[in-house]
Write a protein that binds this ligand. Structure first.
Ligand SMILES: O=C(O)CCC(=O)C(=O)O
Length: 208
């Protein structure tokens, strides 16, 4: 699939490189949750976007909602821990994250979930990554965002003030601590004319 990028948003094509993760900034949330943010972690995000949008086997999914089956409003591709990642830049990103968070996470990031939001109508609803161990254990989910800027919204599960972080091309956000079970996150739809975005989520084994 080839998705057009707006020239004004993306720089000249080139190779990708990662900035040092020592520059990441942590924001504590409530109940032992936190987020780490590093804007512009990946340089050359436009190049990676072009490669992934073309070479990843994007899948459309359908989901039951009450008495109807509806299209999931984004395209998906999942790489389990033994699968070859679709681009060497993703191996580098996963290794860098595993190295940086080794002492705190005490296990490497293993899987990569990729989502393609084709435009502002694509979204993901409020949820925590609680299918696996995230429902009972502290863990981390690291998201590398490339393509058009979109907001990631977060809110405490029991109710409370939501926050938003705008994720631009190459930006990193890591949700850590109890974030998956005590907070929820979403990519809200937007009426603004936004281009396509790819989210790359790295997770440890058994977190989904
Ligand atoms: O698009 C994103 O960055 C968030 C993706 C997400 O929350 C998920 O797929 O579980």
């Amino acid at each position: 699939m080839t998705m057009g990028l707006q020239g004004s948003l993306f720089g000249a094509a080139g190779e990708t490189s990662l900035q040092p993760l020592s520059a990441v900034r942590r924001t504590p949330l409530t109940d032992g949750a936190w987020i780490d943010v590093l804007p512009g972690w990946l340089a050359g995000a436009d190049t990676l976007f072009e490669r992934l949008s073309e070479h990843v086997p994007w899948r459309a999914e359908r989901r039951r909602m009450y008495d109807r089956v509806v299209d999931v409003p984004r395209l998906l591709s999942f790489y389990d821990e033994d699968d070859e990642l679709p681009d060497p830049a993703l191996n580098e990103a996963r290794e860098a994250l595993s190295r940086h968070y080794a002492d705190e996470l005490r296990e490497p990031f293993r899987t990569a979930g990729l989502c393609l939001y084709r435009d502002g109508r694509d979204s993901v609803a409020w949820h925590g990554d609680t299918i696996g161990r995230g429902s009972r254990e502290d863990t981390m989910v690291a998201i590398l965002s490339i393509g058009a800027a979109r907001s990631l919204a977060l809110r405490p599960r029991g109710g409370g003030q939501a926050i938003r972080r705008a994720l631009g091309p190459g930006d990193l956000i890591v949700m850590g601590g109890s974030c998956q079970r005590t907070w929820e996150h979403a990519i809200p739809k937007t009426g603004k004319p936004v281009g396509p975005r790819i989210s790359i989520q790295f997770r440890p084994r058994g977190v989904r």
